[in-house]
Ligand binder design. Structure first.
Ligand SMILES: Cc1ncc(C[n+]2csc(CCOP(=O)(O)OP(=O)(O)O)c2C)c(N)n1
Ligand SMILES: [Mg+2]
Length: 560
Protein backbone atom coordinates (compact mmCIF):
# COMPACT_ATOMS: atom_id res chain seq x y z
CA UNK A 1 0.00 0.00 0.00
CA UNK A 2 1.49 3.36 -0.93
CA UNK A 3 1.15 5.94 1.77
CA UNK A 4 1.19 9.59 0.88
CA UNK A 5 0.11 12.56 2.87
CA UNK A 6 -2.68 14.52 1.17
CA UNK A 7 -1.07 16.65 -1.52
CA UNK A 8 -3.04 19.87 -1.28
CA UNK A 9 -1.53 23.00 0.26
CA UNK A 10 -1.89 21.83 3.82
CA UNK A 11 -2.27 25.29 5.30
CA UNK A 12 -5.66 25.59 3.60
CA UNK A 13 -6.94 22.15 4.58
CA UNK A 14 -9.38 21.88 7.46
CA UNK A 15 -8.64 19.38 10.24
CA UNK A 16 -11.69 17.25 9.40
CA UNK A 17 -10.79 17.07 5.69
CA UNK A 18 -7.20 16.28 6.56
CA UNK A 19 -8.22 13.35 8.79
CA UNK A 20 -10.54 11.90 6.14
CA UNK A 21 -8.01 12.27 3.32
CA UNK A 22 -5.21 10.84 5.46
CA UNK A 23 -7.32 7.78 6.31
CA UNK A 24 -8.27 7.42 2.64
CA UNK A 25 -4.54 7.08 1.96
CA UNK A 26 -4.66 3.94 4.13
CA UNK A 27 -6.82 2.29 1.48
CA UNK A 28 -10.13 3.16 3.13
CA UNK A 29 -12.96 4.27 0.86
CA UNK A 30 -15.99 3.80 3.13
CA UNK A 31 -16.75 5.35 6.50
CA UNK A 32 -19.24 3.50 8.74
CA UNK A 33 -21.10 5.48 11.34
CA UNK A 34 -24.09 7.37 12.70
CA UNK A 35 -24.23 11.16 12.38
CA UNK A 36 -24.61 13.56 15.30
CA UNK A 37 -24.01 17.27 15.80
CA UNK A 38 -20.56 17.04 17.39
CA UNK A 39 -19.37 14.79 14.58
CA UNK A 40 -20.98 16.84 11.76
CA UNK A 41 -17.63 18.29 10.59
CA UNK A 42 -16.29 14.75 10.09
CA UNK A 43 -19.53 13.64 8.38
CA UNK A 44 -19.36 16.72 6.11
CA UNK A 45 -15.74 15.96 5.25
CA UNK A 46 -16.67 12.39 4.32
CA UNK A 47 -19.74 13.43 2.34
CA UNK A 48 -17.71 15.95 0.36
CA UNK A 49 -14.70 13.65 -0.11
CA UNK A 50 -14.23 12.15 -3.55
CA UNK A 51 -12.50 9.16 -1.99
CA UNK A 52 -14.54 8.10 1.03
CA UNK A 53 -18.26 7.28 1.00
CA UNK A 54 -20.48 7.68 4.06
CA UNK A 55 -22.13 4.38 5.07
CA UNK A 56 -24.87 5.16 7.58
CA UNK A 57 -25.66 2.22 9.86
CA UNK A 58 -28.73 1.67 12.04
CA UNK A 59 -26.72 2.21 15.22
CA UNK A 60 -23.11 2.64 16.33
CA UNK A 61 -22.67 -0.95 17.55
CA UNK A 62 -23.61 -2.19 14.08
CA UNK A 63 -21.28 0.38 12.53
CA UNK A 64 -18.39 -0.83 14.68
CA UNK A 65 -19.01 -4.45 13.68
CA UNK A 66 -19.28 -3.45 10.01
CA UNK A 67 -15.99 -1.53 10.29
CA UNK A 68 -14.36 -4.61 11.86
CA UNK A 69 -15.55 -6.78 8.94
CA UNK A 70 -14.30 -4.22 6.42
CA UNK A 71 -10.90 -3.93 8.15
CA UNK A 72 -10.43 -7.69 8.07
CA UNK A 73 -10.57 -7.57 4.26
CA UNK A 74 -9.01 -4.16 3.51
CA UNK A 75 -6.47 -3.96 6.34
CA UNK A 76 -8.10 -0.87 7.89
CA UNK A 77 -11.53 0.75 8.32
CA UNK A 78 -13.00 4.07 9.41
CA UNK A 79 -15.78 4.43 11.97
CA UNK A 80 -17.27 7.83 12.89
CA UNK A 81 -19.49 8.39 15.92
CA UNK A 82 -20.62 11.27 18.05
CA UNK A 83 -19.50 12.19 21.54
CA UNK A 84 -20.61 10.05 24.49
CA UNK A 85 -23.85 8.45 23.31
CA UNK A 86 -22.43 7.36 19.97
CA UNK A 87 -18.92 6.32 20.89
CA UNK A 88 -20.04 4.43 23.99
CA UNK A 89 -22.49 2.40 21.90
CA UNK A 90 -19.59 1.44 19.64
CA UNK A 91 -17.24 0.33 22.42
CA UNK A 92 -18.17 -3.37 22.40
CA UNK A 93 -17.46 -3.62 18.68
CA UNK A 94 -14.24 -1.61 18.84
CA UNK A 95 -13.04 -3.64 21.84
CA UNK A 96 -13.80 -6.81 19.88
CA UNK A 97 -11.68 -5.47 17.03
CA UNK A 98 -8.91 -4.90 19.56
CA UNK A 99 -9.18 -8.45 20.91
CA UNK A 100 -9.21 -9.94 17.42
CA UNK A 101 -6.62 -7.56 15.94
CA UNK A 102 -8.64 -5.69 13.39
CA UNK A 103 -7.61 -2.14 12.59
CA UNK A 104 -10.52 0.27 13.01
CA UNK A 105 -9.88 4.03 13.12
CA UNK A 106 -12.59 5.30 15.46
CA UNK A 107 -13.07 9.02 14.82
CA UNK A 108 -15.26 10.81 17.36
CA UNK A 109 -16.55 14.38 17.23
CA UNK A 110 -16.36 16.13 20.61
CA UNK A 111 -18.07 19.33 21.81
CA UNK A 112 -16.17 22.44 20.72
CA UNK A 113 -12.92 23.36 22.45
CA UNK A 114 -14.51 26.70 23.38
CA UNK A 115 -17.39 25.06 25.24
CA UNK A 116 -15.02 22.59 26.86
CA UNK A 117 -12.78 25.45 28.04
CA UNK A 118 -15.77 27.20 29.62
CA UNK A 119 -17.04 23.94 31.19
CA UNK A 120 -20.45 24.55 29.66
CA UNK A 121 -23.14 22.06 30.51
CA UNK A 122 -24.11 20.35 27.27
CA UNK A 123 -26.11 17.45 25.84
CA UNK A 124 -24.48 13.99 25.70
CA UNK A 125 -22.53 14.77 28.89
CA UNK A 126 -23.08 13.94 32.55
CA UNK A 127 -24.10 17.56 33.07
CA UNK A 128 -20.95 18.24 35.07
CA UNK A 129 -19.05 20.43 32.62
CA UNK A 130 -16.34 17.77 32.44
CA UNK A 131 -15.18 16.68 28.96
CA UNK A 132 -12.69 13.96 29.83
CA UNK A 133 -15.26 11.45 31.03
CA UNK A 134 -15.40 9.32 27.88
CA UNK A 135 -12.00 9.75 26.23
CA UNK A 136 -10.43 7.21 28.55
CA UNK A 137 -13.24 4.73 28.00
CA UNK A 138 -13.05 4.86 24.21
CA UNK A 139 -9.26 4.96 24.30
CA UNK A 140 -9.36 1.75 26.34
CA UNK A 141 -10.91 -0.01 23.36
CA UNK A 142 -8.02 1.09 21.14
CA UNK A 143 -4.27 0.51 21.18
CA UNK A 144 -3.52 4.24 20.92
CA UNK A 145 -5.40 7.52 20.85
CA UNK A 146 -5.10 11.20 20.12
CA UNK A 147 -7.17 14.27 20.90
CA UNK A 148 -6.65 16.38 17.82
CA UNK A 149 -6.10 20.13 17.52
CA UNK A 150 -4.91 22.12 14.49
CA UNK A 151 -1.29 22.19 15.70
CA UNK A 152 -0.89 18.52 16.54
CA UNK A 153 -3.09 17.13 13.75
CA UNK A 154 -0.40 16.14 11.22
CA UNK A 155 2.02 14.70 13.79
CA UNK A 156 -0.64 12.92 15.84
CA UNK A 157 -2.27 11.35 12.80
CA UNK A 158 1.07 9.84 11.75
CA UNK A 159 1.75 8.61 15.27
CA UNK A 160 -1.61 6.86 15.73
CA UNK A 161 -1.64 5.43 12.22
CA UNK A 162 1.83 3.92 12.70
CA UNK A 163 1.02 2.61 16.15
CA UNK A 164 -2.30 1.12 15.01
CA UNK A 165 -0.46 -0.70 12.21
CA UNK A 166 2.28 -1.89 14.54
CA UNK A 167 -0.34 -3.67 16.65
CA UNK A 168 -3.04 -4.06 14.01
CA UNK A 169 -5.59 -2.82 16.52
CA UNK A 170 -7.99 0.13 16.68
CA UNK A 171 -6.95 3.75 17.13
CA UNK A 172 -9.22 6.34 18.75
CA UNK A 173 -9.14 9.84 17.27
CA UNK A 174 -11.18 12.49 19.08
CA UNK A 175 -11.72 15.92 17.51
CA UNK A 176 -13.45 18.93 19.11
CA UNK A 177 -16.01 20.25 16.60
CA UNK A 178 -14.53 23.77 16.27
CA UNK A 179 -10.99 22.47 15.82
CA UNK A 180 -12.33 20.10 13.16
CA UNK A 181 -13.25 23.13 11.07
CA UNK A 182 -10.00 25.03 11.61
CA UNK A 183 -7.12 24.94 9.14
CA UNK A 184 -4.40 22.40 9.86
CA UNK A 185 -1.06 23.86 10.89
CA UNK A 186 1.44 22.26 8.51
CA UNK A 187 4.22 20.08 9.89
CA UNK A 188 6.98 18.35 8.03
CA UNK A 189 6.31 14.72 8.90
CA UNK A 190 6.50 11.61 6.75
CA UNK A 191 4.38 8.51 7.22
CA UNK A 192 6.10 6.00 9.51
CA UNK A 193 6.12 2.53 8.00
CA UNK A 194 6.67 -0.21 10.59
CA UNK A 195 9.78 -2.25 9.74
CA UNK A 196 12.21 -4.68 11.37
CA UNK A 197 15.48 -3.79 13.00
CA UNK A 198 17.83 -5.66 10.63
CA UNK A 199 20.21 -6.88 13.33
CA UNK A 200 17.28 -8.19 15.40
CA UNK A 201 15.80 -9.87 12.32
CA UNK A 202 19.08 -11.66 11.59
CA UNK A 203 19.45 -12.73 15.20
CA UNK A 204 15.89 -14.09 15.31
CA UNK A 205 16.36 -15.92 12.01
CA UNK A 206 19.63 -17.52 13.05
CA UNK A 207 17.99 -18.88 16.25
CA UNK A 208 14.96 -20.09 14.29
CA UNK A 209 17.15 -21.73 11.60
CA UNK A 210 19.15 -23.50 14.32
CA UNK A 211 15.96 -24.76 15.98
CA UNK A 212 14.67 -25.96 12.62
CA UNK A 213 17.93 -27.80 11.92
CA UNK A 214 17.88 -29.57 15.27
CA UNK A 215 14.18 -30.46 15.34
CA UNK A 216 13.15 -34.00 14.44
CA UNK A 217 9.60 -32.85 13.78
CA UNK A 218 8.22 -29.40 12.99
CA UNK A 219 4.68 -28.12 12.70
CA UNK A 220 3.40 -24.63 11.97
CA UNK A 221 0.38 -22.91 13.44
CA UNK A 222 -0.98 -20.34 11.01
CA UNK A 223 -2.46 -17.89 13.50
CA UNK A 224 -5.30 -15.39 12.92
CA UNK A 225 -3.10 -12.25 12.63
CA UNK A 226 -1.86 -13.73 9.34
CA UNK A 227 -5.26 -13.06 7.76
CA UNK A 228 -5.81 -9.75 9.57
CA UNK A 229 -2.53 -8.51 8.06
CA UNK A 230 -3.33 -10.03 4.65
CA UNK A 231 -0.26 -12.30 4.81
CA UNK A 232 -1.94 -15.54 3.70
CA UNK A 233 0.19 -15.88 0.56
CA UNK A 234 3.40 -15.10 2.43
CA UNK A 235 2.54 -17.66 5.12
CA UNK A 236 1.80 -20.26 2.45
CA UNK A 237 5.16 -19.64 0.79
CA UNK A 238 6.96 -19.98 4.14
CA UNK A 239 5.20 -23.26 4.90
CA UNK A 240 5.94 -24.62 1.45
CA UNK A 241 9.61 -23.74 1.88
CA UNK A 242 9.66 -25.43 5.29
CA UNK A 243 7.83 -28.48 3.96
CA UNK A 244 6.29 -29.06 7.40
CA UNK A 245 2.65 -29.82 8.21
CA UNK A 246 0.51 -26.85 9.29
CA UNK A 247 -2.54 -26.69 11.50
CA UNK A 248 -5.06 -24.03 12.44
CA UNK A 249 -7.48 -23.48 15.30
CA UNK A 250 -11.15 -22.45 15.07
CA UNK A 251 -9.92 -18.86 14.71
CA UNK A 252 -8.14 -19.56 11.43
CA UNK A 253 -10.67 -21.65 9.54
CA UNK A 254 -9.56 -21.77 5.85
CA UNK A 255 -6.72 -19.21 6.31
CA UNK A 256 -4.89 -21.41 3.79
CA UNK A 257 -7.03 -23.81 1.73
CA UNK A 258 -7.95 -26.99 3.59
CA UNK A 259 -7.09 -28.92 0.42
CA UNK A 260 -3.40 -27.91 0.71
CA UNK A 261 -1.32 -31.13 0.88
CA UNK A 262 0.55 -29.89 3.98
CA UNK A 263 -2.68 -29.20 5.91
CA UNK A 264 -2.74 -31.51 8.94
CA UNK A 265 -6.16 -30.51 10.28
CA UNK A 266 -7.67 -28.23 12.87
CA UNK A 267 -6.30 -28.37 16.38
CA UNK A 268 -9.09 -28.36 18.98
CA UNK A 269 -7.33 -29.91 21.99
CA UNK A 270 -8.58 -33.38 22.83
CA UNK A 271 -11.34 -33.11 20.21
CA UNK A 272 -8.83 -32.93 17.32
CA UNK A 273 -8.40 -35.84 14.92
CA UNK A 274 -5.89 -38.16 16.66
CA UNK A 275 -3.34 -37.67 13.85
CA UNK A 276 -3.60 -33.85 14.07
CA UNK A 277 -3.25 -34.00 17.82
CA UNK A 278 -0.21 -36.25 17.61
CA UNK A 279 1.47 -33.98 15.01
CA UNK A 280 1.10 -30.85 17.08
CA UNK A 281 1.44 -32.20 20.61
CA UNK A 282 4.35 -34.45 19.62
CA UNK A 283 6.33 -31.92 17.57
CA UNK A 284 9.83 -30.92 18.64
CA UNK A 285 9.28 -27.46 17.26
CA UNK A 286 6.00 -25.57 16.93
CA UNK A 287 6.43 -22.54 14.69
CA UNK A 288 3.61 -20.27 15.76
CA UNK A 289 3.21 -17.80 12.92
CA UNK A 290 1.31 -14.77 14.15
CA UNK A 291 0.60 -15.75 17.77
CA UNK A 292 -2.07 -18.40 18.19
CA UNK A 293 -4.72 -17.78 20.85
CA UNK A 294 -5.11 -20.85 23.07
CA UNK A 295 -8.36 -19.99 24.82
CA UNK A 296 -11.15 -22.19 26.22
CA UNK A 297 -12.92 -22.33 22.84
CA UNK A 298 -9.89 -23.06 20.62
CA UNK A 299 -8.59 -25.73 23.02
CA UNK A 300 -12.03 -27.30 23.70
CA UNK A 301 -12.06 -26.44 27.38
CA UNK A 302 -8.26 -26.56 27.82
CA UNK A 303 -8.18 -30.19 26.79
CA UNK A 304 -5.09 -31.56 25.04
CA UNK A 305 -1.47 -31.14 26.08
CA UNK A 306 0.70 -28.50 24.44
CA UNK A 307 4.28 -27.96 25.61
CA UNK A 308 4.81 -24.23 25.22
CA UNK A 309 8.58 -24.59 25.67
CA UNK A 310 8.65 -26.10 22.18
CA UNK A 311 7.01 -23.03 20.68
CA UNK A 312 8.72 -20.32 18.68
CA UNK A 313 6.13 -17.56 18.51
CA UNK A 314 6.45 -14.97 15.77
CA UNK A 315 4.28 -12.07 16.89
CA UNK A 316 3.44 -9.00 14.85
CA UNK A 317 6.46 -7.15 16.11
CA UNK A 318 8.61 -9.63 18.05
CA UNK A 319 9.77 -13.21 18.25
CA UNK A 320 9.48 -15.20 21.45
CA UNK A 321 11.58 -18.29 22.03
CA UNK A 322 11.06 -19.68 25.53
CA UNK A 323 11.79 -16.79 27.89
CA UNK A 324 13.74 -14.86 25.28
CA UNK A 325 12.05 -12.05 23.34
CA UNK A 326 13.61 -10.44 20.29
CA UNK A 327 11.86 -7.15 19.72
CA UNK A 328 11.37 -5.01 16.59
CA UNK A 329 11.02 -7.91 14.20
CA UNK A 330 8.03 -7.84 11.87
CA UNK A 331 5.99 -10.94 11.11
CA UNK A 332 6.07 -10.25 7.35
CA UNK A 333 9.88 -10.10 7.39
CA UNK A 334 10.20 -13.42 9.23
CA UNK A 335 7.80 -14.99 6.73
CA UNK A 336 9.85 -13.80 3.78
CA UNK A 337 13.06 -15.10 5.44
CA UNK A 338 11.41 -18.46 6.12
CA UNK A 339 10.35 -18.63 2.46
CA UNK A 340 14.04 -18.68 1.49
CA UNK A 341 14.75 -21.87 3.46
CA UNK A 342 15.20 -25.22 1.73
CA UNK A 343 13.39 -28.21 3.26
CA UNK A 344 15.76 -30.94 4.48
CA UNK A 345 13.37 -33.73 3.48
CA UNK A 346 10.33 -34.25 1.23
CA UNK A 347 7.39 -32.06 2.22
CA UNK A 348 4.71 -33.45 4.51
CA UNK A 349 1.74 -34.85 2.64
CA UNK A 350 -1.48 -35.18 4.58
CA UNK A 351 -4.51 -37.23 3.75
CA UNK A 352 -6.62 -35.35 1.16
CA UNK A 353 -9.61 -33.73 2.85
CA UNK A 354 -12.93 -34.59 1.27
CA UNK A 355 -16.22 -32.73 1.54
CA UNK A 356 -18.82 -34.61 3.58
CA UNK A 357 -21.49 -36.25 1.38
CA UNK A 358 -24.86 -34.51 1.16
CA UNK A 359 -27.50 -36.67 2.85
CA UNK A 360 -31.25 -36.91 3.46
CA UNK A 361 -34.44 -36.97 1.37
CA UNK A 362 -36.18 -33.92 -0.05
CA UNK A 363 -39.19 -34.41 2.22
CA UNK A 364 -37.07 -34.73 5.41
CA UNK A 365 -37.13 -32.01 8.05
CA UNK A 366 -33.84 -30.06 8.22
CA UNK A 367 -31.46 -31.74 10.66
CA UNK A 368 -28.02 -30.45 11.60
CA UNK A 369 -26.53 -33.70 10.23
CA UNK A 370 -27.96 -32.73 6.82
CA UNK A 371 -27.44 -28.96 7.05
CA UNK A 372 -23.66 -28.64 7.47
CA UNK A 373 -22.68 -30.88 4.52
CA UNK A 374 -25.12 -28.79 2.46
CA UNK A 375 -23.32 -25.57 3.39
CA UNK A 376 -20.04 -27.23 2.29
CA UNK A 377 -21.61 -28.27 -1.01
CA UNK A 378 -23.11 -24.81 -1.51
CA UNK A 379 -19.92 -22.85 -0.86
CA UNK A 380 -17.37 -22.32 -3.60
CA UNK A 381 -14.09 -20.57 -4.30
CA UNK A 382 -14.61 -16.80 -4.21
CA UNK A 383 -17.09 -16.91 -1.30
CA UNK A 384 -16.42 -15.20 2.01
CA UNK A 385 -18.37 -16.73 4.88
CA UNK A 386 -19.10 -14.58 7.89
CA UNK A 387 -19.90 -16.88 10.74
CA UNK A 388 -21.77 -15.94 13.91
CA UNK A 389 -21.04 -17.24 17.41
CA UNK A 390 -23.55 -19.93 18.38
CA UNK A 391 -24.35 -23.47 17.32
CA UNK A 392 -23.72 -22.54 13.66
CA UNK A 393 -20.06 -21.74 14.30
CA UNK A 394 -19.60 -25.09 16.03
CA UNK A 395 -21.26 -26.76 13.04
CA UNK A 396 -19.43 -24.97 10.24
CA UNK A 397 -15.86 -24.87 11.63
CA UNK A 398 -15.34 -28.65 11.86
CA UNK A 399 -16.82 -29.06 8.34
CA UNK A 400 -14.26 -29.24 5.52
CA UNK A 401 -14.93 -26.41 3.03
CA UNK A 402 -13.76 -26.04 -0.58
CA UNK A 403 -10.49 -24.24 -1.35
CA UNK A 404 -10.84 -20.55 -2.11
CA UNK A 405 -13.54 -20.04 0.55
CA UNK A 406 -12.61 -17.43 3.13
CA UNK A 407 -14.10 -17.53 6.63
CA UNK A 408 -14.38 -14.67 9.09
CA UNK A 409 -15.57 -15.31 12.65
CA UNK A 410 -15.23 -13.61 16.03
CA UNK A 411 -14.23 -16.66 18.06
CA UNK A 412 -12.34 -14.99 20.91
CA UNK A 413 -14.51 -11.93 21.60
CA UNK A 414 -17.69 -13.83 20.67
CA UNK A 415 -20.16 -10.95 20.81
CA UNK A 416 -23.42 -12.18 19.30
CA UNK A 417 -24.91 -9.91 16.67
CA UNK A 418 -21.43 -9.25 15.26
CA UNK A 419 -21.77 -11.32 12.12
CA UNK A 420 -24.73 -9.53 10.49
CA UNK A 421 -23.10 -6.06 10.26
CA UNK A 422 -19.63 -7.64 9.82
CA UNK A 423 -20.98 -9.38 6.70
CA UNK A 424 -22.17 -5.97 5.47
CA UNK A 425 -18.65 -4.54 5.96
CA UNK A 426 -17.03 -7.57 4.33
CA UNK A 427 -19.35 -7.30 1.31
CA UNK A 428 -18.57 -3.59 0.80
CA UNK A 429 -14.85 -4.21 1.25
CA UNK A 430 -14.69 -6.67 -1.64
CA UNK A 431 -17.71 -6.81 -3.97
CA UNK A 432 -15.80 -9.15 -6.30
CA UNK A 433 -16.46 -11.99 -3.85
CA UNK A 434 -19.84 -13.31 -2.71
CA UNK A 435 -20.45 -12.75 0.98
CA UNK A 436 -22.40 -15.45 2.82
CA UNK A 437 -23.73 -14.78 6.32
CA UNK A 438 -24.42 -17.81 8.51
CA UNK A 439 -26.13 -16.85 11.78
CA UNK A 440 -28.50 -18.09 14.44
CA UNK A 441 -31.76 -16.20 14.86
CA UNK A 442 -31.02 -15.16 18.45
CA UNK A 443 -27.79 -13.42 17.47
CA UNK A 444 -29.46 -11.94 14.42
CA UNK A 445 -32.10 -10.26 16.61
CA UNK A 446 -29.40 -7.99 18.04
CA UNK A 447 -28.38 -6.36 14.77
CA UNK A 448 -30.83 -7.48 12.04
CA UNK A 449 -31.81 -3.86 11.33
CA UNK A 450 -28.69 -3.44 9.19
CA UNK A 451 -30.13 -5.84 6.62
CA UNK A 452 -31.73 -2.52 5.60
CA UNK A 453 -28.28 -0.95 5.12
CA UNK A 454 -27.23 -3.94 3.00
CA UNK A 455 -30.16 -3.29 0.67
CA UNK A 456 -29.61 0.48 0.66
CA UNK A 457 -25.95 0.23 -0.29
CA UNK A 458 -26.27 -2.73 -2.65
CA UNK A 459 -24.37 -5.26 -0.54
CA UNK A 460 -25.74 -8.46 -2.04
CA UNK A 461 -25.15 -10.81 0.86
CA UNK A 462 -26.66 -14.31 0.96
CA UNK A 463 -28.04 -14.62 4.49
CA UNK A 464 -28.77 -17.95 6.21
CA UNK A 465 -30.64 -17.58 9.50
CA UNK A 466 -31.01 -20.78 11.52
CA UNK A 467 -34.25 -20.51 13.45
CA UNK A 468 -34.14 -23.14 16.19
CA UNK A 469 -36.54 -21.53 18.61
CA UNK A 470 -34.04 -19.85 20.91
CA UNK A 471 -30.46 -19.80 22.11
CA UNK A 472 -29.48 -23.40 21.35
CA UNK A 473 -25.84 -23.02 22.30
CA UNK A 474 -26.90 -21.74 25.71
CA UNK A 475 -29.42 -24.54 26.17
CA UNK A 476 -26.54 -26.94 25.48
CA UNK A 477 -24.16 -25.20 27.86
CA UNK A 478 -26.47 -25.67 30.82
CA UNK A 479 -27.79 -28.63 32.75
CA UNK A 480 -31.34 -27.38 32.21
CA UNK A 481 -32.15 -26.58 28.56
CA UNK A 482 -35.53 -25.04 29.36
CA UNK A 483 -34.73 -21.85 31.22
CA UNK A 484 -37.04 -19.21 29.80
CA UNK A 485 -34.16 -16.78 29.29
CA UNK A 486 -33.06 -18.87 26.33
CA UNK A 487 -36.40 -18.33 24.55
CA UNK A 488 -36.98 -15.56 22.01
CA UNK A 489 -39.74 -13.43 20.54
CA UNK A 490 -40.89 -15.44 17.52
CA UNK A 491 -40.05 -13.10 14.63
CA UNK A 492 -41.11 -13.74 11.05
CA UNK A 493 -37.51 -13.61 9.90
CA UNK A 494 -38.06 -14.17 6.19
CA UNK A 495 -40.25 -11.05 6.10
CA UNK A 496 -37.49 -8.80 7.43
CA UNK A 497 -35.79 -7.92 4.12
CA UNK A 498 -39.04 -6.55 2.70
CA UNK A 499 -39.86 -4.61 5.87
CA UNK A 500 -36.31 -3.20 5.89
CA UNK A 501 -36.46 -1.99 2.30
CA UNK A 502 -34.71 -4.81 0.42
CA UNK A 503 -37.53 -4.99 -2.12
CA UNK A 504 -35.67 -7.01 -4.76
CA UNK A 505 -34.14 -9.63 -2.47
CA UNK A 506 -34.88 -13.32 -2.82
CA UNK A 507 -36.42 -14.61 0.43
CA UNK A 508 -37.52 -18.05 1.62
CA UNK A 509 -38.52 -19.85 4.81
CA UNK A 510 -37.55 -23.50 4.53
CA UNK A 511 -38.55 -26.47 6.67
CA UNK A 512 -37.54 -29.45 4.48
CA UNK A 513 -34.28 -30.41 2.77
CA UNK A 514 -35.94 -30.14 -0.63
CA UNK A 515 -37.00 -26.54 0.09
CA UNK A 516 -33.53 -25.74 1.38
CA UNK A 517 -31.88 -27.14 -1.75
CA UNK A 518 -34.23 -25.09 -3.96
CA UNK A 519 -33.59 -21.92 -1.97
CA UNK A 520 -29.82 -22.40 -2.09
CA UNK A 521 -30.00 -22.80 -5.86
CA UNK A 522 -32.13 -19.68 -6.27
CA UNK A 523 -29.91 -17.60 -3.97
CA UNK A 524 -26.80 -18.62 -5.87
CA UNK A 525 -28.38 -17.89 -9.24
CA UNK A 526 -29.62 -14.42 -8.19
CA UNK A 527 -27.66 -11.20 -8.44
CA UNK A 528 -29.43 -9.50 -5.54
CA UNK A 529 -29.17 -10.24 -1.85
CA UNK A 530 -30.91 -13.36 -0.56
CA UNK A 531 -32.35 -14.28 2.82
CA UNK A 532 -33.11 -17.86 3.81
CA UNK A 533 -34.71 -18.70 7.15
CA UNK A 534 -33.95 -22.31 8.02
CA UNK A 535 -36.23 -24.01 10.53
CA UNK A 536 -34.19 -26.33 12.76
CA UNK A 537 -35.03 -28.46 15.81
CA UNK A 538 -34.98 -26.83 19.25
CA UNK A 539 -32.33 -29.25 20.59
CA UNK A 540 -30.78 -30.45 17.32
CA UNK A 541 -27.11 -29.54 17.64
CA UNK A 542 -23.86 -30.24 15.78
CA UNK A 543 -21.52 -32.88 17.35
CA UNK A 544 -18.98 -30.33 18.67
CA UNK A 545 -21.71 -28.69 20.76
CA UNK A 546 -22.96 -32.05 22.00
CA UNK A 547 -19.36 -32.73 23.11
CA UNK A 548 -19.19 -29.41 24.96
CA UNK A 549 -22.48 -30.31 26.65
CA UNK A 550 -20.65 -33.24 28.25
CA UNK A 551 -17.71 -31.06 29.38
CA UNK A 552 -19.44 -28.35 31.38
CA UNK A 553 -17.32 -28.81 34.52
CA UNK A 554 -14.03 -28.71 32.58
CA UNK A 555 -15.17 -25.55 30.79
CA UNK A 556 -16.47 -23.56 33.69
CA UNK A 557 -14.76 -25.22 36.65
CA UNK A 558 -16.44 -27.40 39.28
CA UNK A 559 -18.75 -25.94 41.94
CA UNK A 560 -16.40 -24.88 44.77
C1 LIG B 1 -23.34 -9.67 23.17
C2 LIG B 1 -23.52 -11.04 23.71
N1 LIG B 1 -24.54 -11.29 24.55
C3 LIG B 1 -24.74 -12.54 25.02
C4 LIG B 1 -23.90 -13.56 24.66
C5 LIG B 1 -24.15 -14.96 25.16
N2 LIG B 1 -24.55 -15.84 24.05
C6 LIG B 1 -23.67 -16.60 23.39
S1 LIG B 1 -24.36 -17.51 22.20
C7 LIG B 1 -25.90 -16.92 22.54
C8 LIG B 1 -27.11 -17.41 21.82
C9 LIG B 1 -26.97 -17.58 20.34
O1 LIG B 1 -28.21 -18.02 19.86
P1 LIG B 1 -28.53 -18.14 18.33
O2 LIG B 1 -27.91 -17.04 17.60
O3 LIG B 1 -29.98 -18.33 18.15
O4 LIG B 1 -27.71 -19.45 17.88
P2 LIG B 1 -28.05 -20.99 18.17
O5 LIG B 1 -27.00 -21.47 19.13
O6 LIG B 1 -29.43 -21.06 18.70
O7 LIG B 1 -27.92 -21.66 16.85
C10 LIG B 1 -25.85 -16.00 23.59
C11 LIG B 1 -27.02 -15.29 24.14
C12 LIG B 1 -22.83 -13.24 23.79
N3 LIG B 1 -21.95 -14.15 23.39
N4 LIG B 1 -22.69 -12.00 23.32
MG1 LIG C 1 -31.07 -20.06 17.83
Amino acid sequence: MTKKLPKKDRSAVKVADYIVERLAAEGIDHCFGVAGDYVFPICDAVDSSAKVKWIGCANELNASYAADGYARIRGAAMLATTYGVGELSAINGVMGAKAERSLVFHVVGMPSYQNQRLHKIAHHTLGDGVYGNFVELSAGAACCHAVINPENCVVEMERVIAEAHRNNQPAYIAVPSDYAQSPVVPADVKPIVPGSNQAALQKAMSIIAERIKKAKSIVAFVAFPISRLGLQKEAKKAIEALGCPFVTTLMEKCVIGEGHPQFAGMYVGAVSEPKTRQIIEGADLVLDLGGVNLNDITTAAYSGRLDLSRFVTVGLDDVRIGDKVIANVRLEDILSELAKLKPSSAPYKGKPQKLAPVNGKASDKITMAALYPRYAAFLRAGDTVVLETGSSSLGVTPTILPDGVRVEAQVLWGSIGWATPAAFGVALADPSRRTILITGEGSHQLTANDIGAMGRFGANVIVFVLNNNGYLIERALEENPDWTYNDLAPWNYAELPKALGCEDWYTARVTTLGELDEAMKAARAGKTGAYIEIIGGKMDMPPALAFAHGQLKAMYGDTP
